[in-house]
Design a protein. Structure first.
Ligand code: HEC
Length: 201
């Protein structure tokens, strides 16, 4: 009798541990922060659709080469632990990872007559803060629809890095375009003094 009880108890403990482990792995997506391969490539953050949705943009152009053929939607996500840290401090902790999805857009389809909605996936831009790995703290990556790993867009202070460094409101993140995060940054006083926002409310 005692033995059966012990076996049952062990089973329960194992079941509880399994649930706990799978909970840790899936909480907020499968990845807690940036994951790198042994040769320093960034692993595609597969679980990001379960992270915190930051905001979206339509047809925002930050590339000189942008054509006006089709306006693209951008959807921005950040890993949940960094989001929580931002709410508390108004800054981004080490190992923050942002994902910017690009989607095509259209206006005519199904019952829709006006306004725009998202269509096909066009690519992922990723931004990582890793103070030990990168001398310049932030690094930038692009993934097409199939790529599982990506090398940084020319390491160091490349175009991505420079534009984000000069123009982003909080560290390298464009919080001026994310209204809920902007409230937090204003409250915590973490907007860079060099960045001038039109709306100073
Ligand atoms: C000329 C300026 C400029 C350049 C160059 C640029 N970005 Fe951005 N980036 C922006 C702006 C503006 C936003 C916010 C608006 C949006 O959602 O598109 C943004 C947003 C992002 C975000 C969402 C998180 C955040 O920082 O706000 C990621 C990720 C990102 N960019 C990655 C990249 C990558 C990768 C490159 C290089 C291949 C790049 N960017 C080059 C201006 C730039």
């Amino acid at each position: 009798m005692r033995k059966i009880f012990a076996v049952a108890l062990t089973g329960l403990v194992i079941a509880a541990l399994t649930i706990r482990v799978s909970h840790i792995q899936t909480a907020g997506g499968s990845v807690a922060g940036p994951q790198f391969t042994a040769d320093g490539k960034l692993v595609r953050p597969e679980g990001y659709r379960r992270w915190v949705f930051v905001s979206s943009g339509l047809g925002m152009s930050y590339s000189q080469k942008a054509s006006d053929d089709m306006q693209m939607f951008t959807n921005v996500f950040v890993n949940p632990a960094s989001y929580d840290y931002f709410l508390a401090h108004g800054t981004w902790p080490d190992k923050t990872i942002f994902v910017l999805e690009l989607y095509g857009s259209t206006s005519q389809g199904s019952i829709n007559k006006h306004g725009n909605y998202q269509t096909g996936f066009m690519g992922l831009d990723v931004e990582v803060k890793d103070e030990k790995r990168f001398a310049d703290k932030w690094a930038y990556y692009g993934f097409n629809s199939n790529e599982k790993t990506a090398s940084p867009n020319t390491p160091g202070k490349n175009d991505c890095w420079q534009c984000h460094d000069q123009n982003a409101a909080v560290e390298h993140s464009f919080v001026q375009f994310y209204p809920e995060l902007l409230k937090v940054a204003r409250e915590k006083g973490t907007i860079k003094p060099t960045v001038h926002l039109e709306d100073k409310k």
